[in-house]
Structures are given as C-alpha cells and as structure tokens.
Design a protein around this ligand. Structure first.
Ligand SMILES: [Fe+2]
Length: 249
C-alpha cells in the first residue's frame, strides 16, 4: 500500500521529524475499516501524528479509530474537529474545513474567531493546517472544490505575520503559493496524484506518480524550509567533490 511506503520511507531517513501532520482524507468513504487501516499504518510512526479531517472524513470516524491520540477526544467533541498543539518551538493550529456531504471546504465563523484568538495568544512561529487550500492552483477541477471562505480566512492570517505556513492537502499535487502574507504548501498525495493539466475543460484524471511527502525544517535563522522527499529508495548516497576553498564534513 502506498501510505505504508511513505511511512517506511520516512522511517528510513537519517533524521526523524518531531511530528507528522496528515492533512486530511485519511479515508475515502468514511468507513470504519479505512480508519482502522490508517490507524494501524500511522501507528508505526514513533513520533506524534496530527490528523485533520478532509472532505472524505468525519469527526466521528476519527473519534472511533484515533481515540488514543491525546488531542482527539477533545477535538471530536467540538462542533468541528479543531485543536492546537506545540511541536518543539512551533505551534500547530489545526482546522476542520470539511462540510458534510460536500467536496468543497469552509472553515466557518466559529473556527475563524478561535483561530484569531489562538494566533493572538501565540508569539512563536505557527503552522496552520487546513485540508482545503485557500488559493487557486490553476487546475480547474480542483479549484471548483476549494475553500469557499478563503477571503475571510485570509483576513485573519494577514493580521498575524508569525504564521510561517499554511499546510493543506486535497489537491493531490505538490503546490506552493503565496497567500495573505504567508505561504501555502499543498502536500502531494501518498496515493495517486492529480493529472497536471491547466486546460479549462481538463478532465478529473489521476496519475500514478512516485509517492512523495514533505519534510518541513525549522532552520537556525527561523525560516521554515520545505523539502520534497520520495518514499521509494533510489541509488545513493554518493560523495560529491567540494569546490576549491569549500570545506565539507
Ligand atoms: Fe479532499
């Protein structure tokens, strides 16, 4: 299974991240068997795993399969599945953009108010996770099912320059875009990816491309550097000859 491959690839990295964020659509049909499978695969990760709902998920599904994740029971008891946690020097603010029965997303006034307060009360760098991207990607069939209250969401983000990143899913492609004074990174899918086609009448096709995930690194200068990592193993590593005057370990 492709998600297993991503977990295996992550565990094979020379360094392990402090946490894993899964930006939604853990299930396809909101079926308990799918959540149990996702729970089993994600359970192989030794670090905390933070999940947010996508349009294919439900808080009830999360509550049944992930009740042992310490933030889940409280988040699932709310009218929407939102929460905030610390990851080292970072704060992760996780939002629920799912709209029952609909493919598009909406954050809604309650969460926007809560987000604004969370960001006001936090002084360090913040990552905001939300399944539906608040930006258009140029891929028509995905843009029609994006975040419907992106303007209202952007107005909150704009007030808080310490939001280093807005982490999204949904599109099944790796996309980066500026938004409201911050940066949106849409994670590629660990399953199929959307066919890259910007035609207005492009069909909703998928490609079976290599399994990719992002590695976000908080650097010493306070920037968040985002790396694309492949789950599959490729030949290497091979040594590289340093240029004159350059000293490498
Ligand atoms: Fe989605």
């Amino acid at each position: 299974m492709l998600a297993e491959r991503a977990v295996r690839g992550l565990l094979a990295q020379p360094q392990r991240p402090d946490a894993v964020v899964v930006t939604g659509d853990l299930a396809n049909d909101d079926d308990p068997r799918e959540y149990r499978m996702a729970r089993e695969i994600l359970g192989r990760l030794p670090m905390p795993v933070y999940i947010i709902p996508g349009n294919h998920d439900s808080a009830a599904g999360f509550a049944s399969a992930f009740a042992d994740f310490d933030y889940v029971p409280q988040a699932a008891a709310r009218e929407k599945f939102y929460y905030s946690v610390r990851i080292g020097d970072l704060t992760l603010v996780a939002l629920d953009s799912s709209v029952p029965g609909k493919p598009y997303g909406r954050v809604g006034d309650v969460q926007l108010e809560w987000l604004d307060k969370q960001l006001s009360d936090t002084s360090g760098p913040v990552l905001v996770a939300v399944h539906h991207p608040p930006v258009a990607t140029g891929m028509q069939f995905m843009d029609t099912i994006g975040l419907k209250d992106a303007d209202e969401f952007g107005a909150v983000i704009q007030r808080h320059p310490h939001v280093l990143r807005i982490m999204c899913g949904h599109v099944h492609r790796a996309v980066t875009a500026s938004f409201a004074g911050s940066l949106v990174t849409i994670a590629p899918s660990t399953a199929h990816n959307s066919a890259l086609n910007f035609a207005k009448d492009a069909p909703a096709h998928i490609h079976l491309e290599p399994t990719i995930y992002y590695l976000h690194v908080l650097t010493d200068d306070g920037a968040l550097a985002t790396h694309t990592a492949f789950a599959e193993m490729y030949p290497g590593p091979f040594p590289v000859q340093a240029d004159e005057g350059v000293s490498w370990p």
